[in-house]
Design a protein around this ligand. Structure first.
Ligand code: ADP
Ligand code: MG
Length: 584
């Protein structure tokens, strides 16, 4: 049923002009134009976690580009479409390249800054007609027929929007789309999976710009005039409101939000003057109130609320696909990872102090120590999450000291997180497929045209196999957020395995697990070792470590306190002392 929704929606929209005439069709055209711009924000904000108040400015750039090209330069509106998307896409590339590295609230602030700057330009450039804008823009034409009527404009807009929605839906259901949807989980997680978050954010930024360009083109050639006021930061905030109201996590959120806001404004502008004198712009107050209620009651917007009432889509098990190629594991006993004299200082605090140890292929090494001993910091130095102050790290035959986490991951070192990092709104299967990201090749363009399906089947089959291996196979289509914490940790192991690693580094995997779950995890890790995988276990839980690992390195105050077999460590007086002193 859920799968038929888009088709039913498209058919209903196609038939609407047969039943509705005149003004409602014009109003729905406005809905479509706004939805096209808001769709860009669904991708950018809802999926990619980047907030932009400047979308209306981009719509303006697109609208003015095609308006100028078709009136002054005299080119056809279809060339104007190319021009509009080229300028908005190019501008997004420039502005995104310059601002996307800004963290936290600096990025949204910078979008306000250039949103205002562009608005100022539109109103003050003579070539763009200053505050009067540009009028007499020719309509688009098809086969010699000018698309001048209200119905023609309606179809022009909604066919474009429909295609854009189809392309975005295809993109999001792909290797790169999953990576985009993982961005909200923070850079550390995505980078640890071999994903270049900067490049990906920039791509999403450009896609949002292209959609703004399309929306601007629709405005210019359906409305047939452009003026600056529609492209201020105010309308930019409104596009964001539309996306969030409808549901920024869903393609259809843009349409629902744009529809509600556009139609509600129209109704309110009719109704409010009957009750209040001087009611100009009073609808903004209503919108403000609605926004607060939405934030309180339905933070994900309206679509998730509606979806809760629909039956869940049942998915067939993934079809068999040729297996992804696997790396050759190093021969048992070869050196896999070596730390030489690692030091990490935080100001005056020496968190890791001249630490050295080696890890050989096919063994499980436990790194233990009391709280604050420096285990997690060591973990970060080994996996590229932080650079060491001094010392070297070798992985197989490469020196990886100071290499970023993404490149370390690509070499075949997979990790899990002490505080679980999963995408709660993605299924177990999709979360695991994220782990296999570096093993795929398909880019965004292939995804948009669904030319990536063969590879997708392979990634899916691989993820399914890993889920079965860790005992989560029968829950593959559940949302990761619905799992209890213990099983989320196991899901992170499946995600790490999907990368086909040579070394897997686990940060406190047994924390929060119940006894039978711990036993199952230990069995899993043993079977992985039997298959030739090398495992480094950073763990607090002595009992869990003792019965599982081959060797133990004990840390205390950042330095190596002892090293040896579990039996030797258990008998070591210094270790007992350290653990009795701390909280084991
Ligand atoms: P463990 O994982 O063994 O409990 P950590 O590696 O988390 O220990 O911490 C070791 C020490 O380094 C602690 O004293 C901790 O407060 C300090 N530390 C860890 N990360 C930072 C940081 N980013 N900035 C400052 N101090 C830190
Ligand atoms: Mg820790």
């Amino acid at each position: 049923m859920r799968r038929l929704l888009p088709l039913g929606f498209a058919m209903a929209m196609a038939l609407l002009p047969l039943v509705l005439k005149g003004y409602p069709i014009t109003l729905l055209s406005y809905v479509g134009m706004a939805a096209t711009a808001a769709l860009g924000l669904v991708l950018l904000t809802g999926m990619g976690g980047l907030t932009s108040f400047g979308q209306a400015a981009f719509v303006g750039v697109g609208a003015y580009t095609t308006a100028w090209l078709t009136t002054v330069a005299g080119v056809s509106p279809w060339l104007g479409l190319l021009g509009a998307m080229a300028t908005t896409g190019g501008l997004a590339l420039l502005l995104g390249g310059a601002t996307l590295r800004l963290g936290g609230h600096l990025l949204p602030l910078s979008t306000i800054a250039w949103g205002l700057a562009l608005f100022f330009l539109f109103g003050n450039l003579d070539a763009l007609g200053r505050h009067n804008g540009i009028g007499d823009i020719p309509p688009a034409s098809l086969g010699g027929m000018a698309l001048r009527s209200a119905n023609a404009g309606f179809y022009l807009i909604w066919v474009g929007l429909g295609l854009a929605m189809w392309a975005c839906a295809n993109l999001l259901d792909s290797r790169q789309g999953r990576a985009i949807r993982s961005l909200r989980g923070g850079s550390a997680m995505a980078e640890s999976l071999g994903i270049s978050t900067f490049r990906l954010r920039l791509s999403v930024f450009v896609i949002a710009g292209l959609l703004a360009g399309l929306s601007g083109w629709q405005v210019a050639h359906v409305q047939r005039y452009v003026s600056p006021t529609a492209f201020d930061v105010g309308p930019g905030i409104e596009y964001l409101f539309m996306a969030m109201l409808g549901g920024a996590g869903h393609i259809f959120g843009a349409v629902v939000g744009a529809g509600l806001v556009t139609i509600a404004r129209d109704v309110l502008q009719d109704v409010l003057p009957k009750f209040v004198a001087n009611s100009g712009q009073l609808e903004v107050v209503v919108f403000g109130a609605v926004f607060i209620v939405v934030l309180q009651r339905a933070r994900g917007g309206l679509i998730p609320v509606v979806l809760r009432w629909l039956p869940r889509a049942t998915r067939p098990p993934p079809p068999d696909a040729p297996k992804l190629p696997r790396r050759a594991q190093p021969a048992a006993g070869t050196m896999v990872l070596a730390a030489h004299g690692l030091v990490k200082r935080f100001g005056g605090l020496v968190a890791v102090n001249d630490l050295s140890f080696e890890l050989r292929a096919g063994e499980i090494l436990g790194l233990i120590g009391p709280n604050g001993a420096g285990k997690s910091t060591t973990f970060n130095l080994l996996t590229g999450a932080a650079p060491p102050t001094a010392g070297r790290v070798r992985f197989l035959d490469a020196d990886i000291t100071g290499e970023p986490a993404r490149l370390v991951a690509m070499r075949g070192l997979a990790r899990t997180f002490q505080h679980v990092r999963l995408r709660p709104t993605m299924s177990l299967l999709e979360n695991t497929m994220l782990g296999a990201h570096p093993r795929g090749r398909a880019g965004m363009l292939r995804a948009v045209f669904r030319l990536d399906r063969a590879e997708e089947r392979q990634l899916r089959a691989e993820a399914m196999a890993q889920l079965r291996r860790v005992g989560l196979g029968d829950m593959a289509h559940e949302l990761a957020g619905n799992l209890p914490l213990g099983r989320q940790r196991v899901l992170e192991v499946a995600r790490a395995l999907a990368a086909d690693p040579m070394l897997i580094v686990l940060d406190e995997p047994a924390a929060g697990l119940r006894r039978p779950e711990k036993r199952a995890l230990a069995d899993l890790l043993r079977s992985l070792r039997a298959e030739g995988l090398t495992i480094l276990l950073v763990e607090h839980d002595m009992e869990f470590v003792m019965e599982l690992v081959d060797r133990i390195v004990v840390m205390d105050f950042g330095a190596r306190l002892a090293e040896g077999t579990p039996a030797a460590i258990r008998a070591d007086a210094r270790v007992q002392q350290a653990y009795l002193g701390g909280v084991a």
